[in-house]
Unconditional design. Structure first.
Length: 236
């Protein structure tokens, strides 16, 4: 099955960085490689890569929301995808699951595929209630009654940008629980949290892991080249 590899550049990159990166990285792959640069660079990256995604969109379609970007604007920039509810948005911008759901619905309305992020904090993991928490967050974040496609990214908050990754056992257990809770069979479930060139192959080979969401390692073309190569070996 095709694997989905998403590069989340967060608030990193520049014009010269993009030129250098794509001099050394070819997005041709049998898998789905999706670049999510900062919104002001979407068109620059689209010049080099066929599949791009926004990092966020507004829960509203238009209006007096200074600084925000609507789903239709993300689409107009060439995107097919948009990340919604990343833990950095939930944490620093106080986004609730209700807002995440509204954003996902806006994305679907304009024909974007939302990549909805969910994941537990360290305290919740340590309390033994991670699965319960994540399934509750999932049910509150999902767009209401739709047969349109969306992706889910399970990203334990404590594993993002920390160099820590969930154990293979914990990833398998959580992805299986998410799979069983999803209303539609075949919804892709990605793992995110310090995926790198050393662990990508093992993670991509786990059951119910349809792809990975990569932050830090997607900014280094050598590392990202390795991750994409491993994704091809992990195709089943
Ligand atoms: C992310 O940006 O969603 C992420 C998982 O980051 P990192 O790979 O750096 O942990």
């Amino acid at each position: 099955m095709t694997k989905i590899i998403v590069a989340n550049w967060k608030m990193n990159g520049s014009g010269p960085f993009i030129i250098e990166f794509f001099k050394n990285f070819s997005p041709n792959s049998q898998n789905r490689i999706i670049f999510c640069p900062p919104s002001l660079y979407l068109k620059d990256v689209f010049f080099h890569a066929p599949m791009i995604g926004g990092q966020d969109c507004s829960p509203y379609s238009s209006g007096a929301y200074t600084g925000d970007t609507s789903a239709v604007m993300v689409k107009d920039a060439g995107c097919q995808y948009v990340i919604i509810g990343h833990s950095e948005r939930r944490q620093y911008h106080k986004e609730t699951s209700e807002t995440v759901r509204q954003k996902a619905e806006q994305a679907l309305k304009v024909g974007l595929t939302p990549l909805i992020c969910i994941g537990e904090s360290k305290e919740i993991r340590d309390s033994g209630k991670a699965i319960e928490f994540v399934l509750e967050q999932l049910s509150q974040s999902l767009p209401a009654g739709t047969d349109k496609t969306y992706y889910i990214a399970y990203e334990p908050v404590w594993a993002i940008g920390t160099g820590l990754t969930a154990t293979e056992h914990d990833i398998v257990q959580m992805h299986q629980a998410i799979r069983q809770a999803l209303p539609t069979q075949g919804t892709p479930i990605l793992y995110g949290g310090s995926v790198n060139k050393d662990n990508a192959h093992a993670i991509l080979s786990l059951p119910n892991v349809d792809g990975v969401l990569v932050g830090g390692a997607s900014l280094k073309y050598e590392d990202f080249n390795h991750i994409v190569a491993f994704s091809e070996q992990a195709m089943i």
